[in-house]
Design a protein around this ligand. Structure first.
Ligand code: WT7
Length: 642
């Protein structure tokens, strides 16, 4: 079978065509210093940099440094420099949970909010280098809080509002935040989320937080702890709207964002100032071919990296109008996205395959009821998109007029690395197509040997790009160990990948113990440790399973303590338990009670077998002769759930 190809549509004047892409790609490889020196002009520098790039991925001589000697401020690049020309243009269109409940904020207004909030932070003793945790809904104040941190050089750590008090406490503690910004409650799909109550519960488990700033979102009556908790609006009303941006060195930390890995607790991915901002500024402009005055809507939450890079920093650095959506695609009905596209006049929509698949199931009528004429470009991110969903997005949502850009990247990469340029790259449904300029991809076999031409293997990046993460907060060894030792001298992405005869990349999914549920990353080890924390559970093993809407679902094998009996009630209780321990996104889709797990004689669980059974592919389980008790396999196959 040959893959479908959609030739690139010619773009408006100034868009990058195929020849220009080739020229840039070559320049970025042949003369990275010259290439990035030119690209760095996209940003305003307070002090010009001296060296462009100083990188070595060798474990014993490791460094990743970009633009040394330079200084800048991220909030000044996202706000101040736009004021003269487009101070009265809309920076943020806020779209609330209910259609039409929202607000518009100009660059000038946002600038003022950010300065006030920065002064509130300073008044509470927050200084350059301090960590601030944000646990907020998708409201403009959340973007203002991010920018306020960058204005004074504080490092923000955003925790997704769907995470539990325990998860929040772990993240606050790991980075040692002394201030938390939250809201009374959030609203999602008509339901309330008890954000402040979760913060209170988290702070009972961890110390160090001196101040909690509370935004009034729903007006709910929430308890305030004297001396610790302050209403954000009251503090901002009394703060000065003037705050000079702090000059930050290019490699000064910008933010921490926790993400799941294959082992242990989530790691704090650290991004730094200039390289990150340049990467998201350039990729936003080029991958979405953004034009002045257009309305850009990325549906991601700011609790994920997509929200950081393409709701806030990328768009604002380009002076764009960005939509912040505090709702969900199926509330009040399945036409919400398209109704909102029409009402706001959205030009570019960037969303996740899981959302596309869930809407596709509800039928075309929810889409065709709206005209969607403002749309010019569609994007996807977060997980592999199946060609059926791609075609539906292209045909039904985009009326075959809008290029679809499938963008591959990771929390660690800061921004998009593999994606089509909409007017340069022929599209193939299901492929993220080709690396952007400055991105050096390599596919290697299990031993790390580079594979040429059309091939399949593990995806590595052989050289740095400015937006690369710089360390794991508090554990630089873990950073090097996790990413640079599997294939020494290369950054290993954790993804499997195929490259076709045209040099197109097809991401096949994680090859480590990370699963991707609705575009959200979960470490199987995290879910396992939540399960074994339950009093009735002796042992647990968690794997991914194919899921029609979520991409992957969570399949848990659970062994109970002696004397405990499996039951439907216990299944429900365990699912609820994991929700409470980690958050709703980690709740298992299937729980199989198993008398034993398939272990080798040395006690290692053979996950390969568990994966196959969860997938329902039990005809060929491979070699089971090294198992301590090969009999458990039959029991597991017989007890399969679903
Ligand atoms: C993992 C990273 C990128 C921001 C959101 C997720 C998977 C991401 C794609 C894509 C196939 C994709 C990969 C990657 N992934 N985008 N376009 N096609 N797979 O960030 O939580 O750090 O997860 O998401 O497996 O490693 P993240």
């Amino acid at each position: 079978m040959t893959d479908a190809v959609y030739p690139a549509l010619p773009g408006p004047a100034g868009s990058i065509d195929a020849a220009e892409y080739e020229r840039q790609y070559r320049a970025s490889i042949e003369d990275p210093d010259g290439y990035w020196r030119g690209e760095a002009k996209r940003l305003d520098w307070m002090t010009p940099f001296e060296t462009v790039k100083d990188v070595s991925f060798a474990a014993d001589d490791f460094r990743i440094r970009w633009f040394d000697g330079g200084a800048m401020n991220v909030s000044a690049n996202c706000l101040d420099r736009h004021l003269a020309e487009r101070g009265d243009s809309i920076a943020i269109i806020w779209e609330g949970d209910e259609p039409g409940d929202g607000a518009r904020i100009t660059y000038r207004q946002l600038h003022e909010q950010v300065c006030c909030l920065a002064n509130v932070l300073k008044a509470r003793g927050v200084a350059k280098g301090d960590r601030v945790t944000l646990y907020l809904p998708m409201v403009p104040e959340a973007a203002a809080a991010m920018l306020a941190c960058t204005r004074i050089g504080a490092i923000h750590s955003i925790v997704f509002g769907g995470f539990s008090p325990d998860s929040l406490a772990g993240r606050i503690e790991d980075c040692g935040s002394k201030l938390v910004i939250t809201a009374d409650e959030g609203c999602r799909g008509g339901k309330r989320v008890p954000l402040k109550a979760n913060v209170d519960a988290a702070l009972e488990k961890c110390g160090g937080v001196e101040t909690v700033l509370v935004l009034k979102r729903t007006g709910a009556d929430v308890p305030m702890t004297e001396g610790r908790d302050l209403w954000l609006d009251a503090e901002m009303a009394n703060a000065s709207p003037e705050c000079a941006p702090e000059p930050m060195a290019a490699e000064d930390p910008l933010f921490i964002l926790y993400t799941s890995g294959s082992t242990g607790k989530p790691k704090g991915v650290l991004h730094t100032t200039a390289g990150y901002l340049l990467w998201v500024t350039k990729t936003f402009r080029d991958v979405f071919d953004y034009r002045e005055g257009e309305i850009f809507w990325c549906t991601a939450d700011i609790g994920w990296v997509t929200g950081h890079s393409y709701v806030v920093y990328g768009p604002l650095a380009n002076g764009a109008t960005t939509v912040m959506f505090d709702g969900v695609p199926n509330h009040p009905d399945h036409g919400r996205l398209w109704e909102t596209v029409d009402r706001l006049g959205v030009n570019i929509l960037y969303t996740a395959p899981t959302a596309i698949r869930s809407l596709m199931r509800e039928g075309d009528a929810h889409v065709t009821k709206y005209n969607r004429r403002s749309l010019r470009l569609l994007g996807t991110v977060g997980e592999p998109i199946n060609p059926e969903a791609w075609e539906w997005y292209y045909r039904v949502v985009g009326d075959r007029r809008c290029p679809v850009v499938d963008t591959w990247w990771q929390t660690e990469t800061g921004g998009i690395l593999i994606a089509p340029l909409p007017h340069a790259t022929d599209l193939k449904p299901g492929s993220a197509t080709k690396p952007l300029p400055g991105v050096c991809c390599e596919i290697v076999d299990a031993e790390g040997q580079p594979l040429d031409g059309a091939t399949e293997g593990n995806l590595c990046l052989t050289d740095s790009w400015p937006g690369q993460m710089r360390t794991v907060w508090g554990d630089h060894e873990r950073f090097i160990q996790t990413y640079f030792t599997t294939y020494p001298g290369k950054y290993f992405t954790g993804d499997g990948c195929r490259r076709d005869g045209d040099g197109y990349y097809w991401i096949t999914g994680r090859v480590d113990d990370v699963i991707n549920v609705s575009g959200h990353r979960m470490g199987t080890a995290e879910v396992e440790s939540a399960l074994v924390a339950h009093a009735k559970v002796a042992e647990a093993a968690v794997v991914g399973m194919p899921h029609e809407v979520k991409g992957q679902g969570i399949y848990a094998y659970v062994t109970l303590n002696a004397g405990e009996e499996p039951s439907d009630d216990l299944t429900a209780e365990l699912r609820q338990w994991v929700r409470r321990e980690i958050g709703p996104i980690a709740s298992p889709d299937a729980v199989q009670f198993a008398p034993g797990l398939p272990k080798t004689r040395s006690g290692k669980i053979m996950r390969r077998i568990l994966r196959k059974i969860a997938e329902g592919d039990v005809s060929n389980l491979g070699d089971t002769s090294t198992l301590a008790d090969p009999g458990v396999v039959e029991q597991l196959v017989a007890g399969r759930v679903g």
